[in-house]
Write a protein that binds this ligand. Sequence first.
Ligand code: TAP
Length: 454
Amino acid sequence: MSATFTLTDPSTGRGFRDMPRATASEVDAVIARAVEVQRAWAGAAPLVRADALRRFARVVEDHVEELAQLEVLNSGHPIESARWEASHVAQVLNFYAGAPERLSGQQIPVAGGLDVTFHEPYGVVGIIVPWNFPMTIASWGFAPALAAGNAVVLKPAELTPLTAVRIGELAVEAGLPEGLFAVVTGSGSVVGQRFVEHPDVRKVVFTGSTEVGVEVAAGCARGLKPVTLELGGKSANIVFDDADLEKAAAAAPGAVFDNAGQDCCARSRILVQRSVYDRFLELLEPAVRDWRVGEPTLETTQMGPLISAAHRDTVAGFLDGADVAFRGTAPEGDGFWFAPAVVLAEPGDRIAQDEIFGPVVAVLPFDDEEDGIRLANDTVYGLAGSIWTENLGRAMRVSRAVKSGVLSVNSHSSVRYWTPFGGMKASGLGRELGPDAAEHFTETKNVFFATDAS
Ligand code: TAP
């Protein structure tokens, strides 16, 4: 393995920068520094940590445009999406800046003394993130982890390290102690693996494929360290015959083609009640044709290229022998472009079961409510999903019956940092974001103080 990795602009296919690949001993040195710095950080007054995170948030806010431009170059995200992502990082930091003063323990009634609990930070937390949303996903880990008094070592995906590296620099500019939040570039099998194995990394947060996630979890089990896993998805967009079909069809492309379908929450299966199946497809076709795929620097662009040539080949492979109903458009040229595709599928088809992570959606009919729920749950995954119906009782029943961690009714709600996020089944373990996330980066300690005079 060479000592550097060349980054490629997905919209041109051209390499533009070499990034260093850290060795295991370099990772160890970063972790050793984090161990040292964490002690002082955890010992600082809650207000000091809160203020430091607020400053960090403000500095990120001041660099939203720079971070967004880096994401356009490195990941091919449309500029408007990239601006949203960079602002989101600042908002996540701001939200968890409120946590240090709120990490209260309990006082539990006992005889002969006082019993109290403390939320102790783990120490050093290792965060491993994928290439699809490099900034946002990283912030879901590092912001609450830092707020709870931990140091963080972050490994971005090798394909997309630029925004993470810049955010690491901004943390220092904002006054966070050097080494408290360290971004280490390199491969998963070296840097990520070292986070999993190193005895001083006391918790791991992994976002990525289910396959690698299982290995990470097994490694963490050997070190008896907790792990949060955010993995793949094959989420259902369930459209009942009593839904506002126009609205459901108009919203469907964004729910699966946003970020070129490289979204763990992509509603990549549209399940449509048989009685409105033909009508829904009629409405969907113009919505897909109108989906604007193009140059990511343009503010009008809704979808950019896929992340790499290899990934485009994988996505294209799913269309071999598939019953493609219609497609959207995409530019020609050297970028990793792929026109969105709508495929008519049967429940057992590979295209209806496997995560594609590209702009391909499978449409399947169902008969009634029970059948719709059965089909929605007919996957190993359980991350997200949407339910379209005007019947409140049905919306309640179906949202309770679908085994997914994040559902929305009559919308495809995106992530809100103040509500919990995470998957069931093969989509993950544990939850991120929401009001309790900082607590997830602590261990409860119970202390009994005897008050008996004798
Ligand atoms: P992976 O190949 O699993 O990679 C994810 C991260 O893990 C990368 O940083 C990768 O490093 C690293 N890694 C690879 N092997 C490792 C090992 N043995 N030990 C430790 N770390 C290792 O996933 P991907 O292809 O980048 O991302 C796509 C997948 O992520 C999809 O399945 C998608 O659904 C899932 N995803 C899930 C969510 C949530 S929130 N549930 C969000 C986004 C993405 P490299 O730099 O070497 O690749």
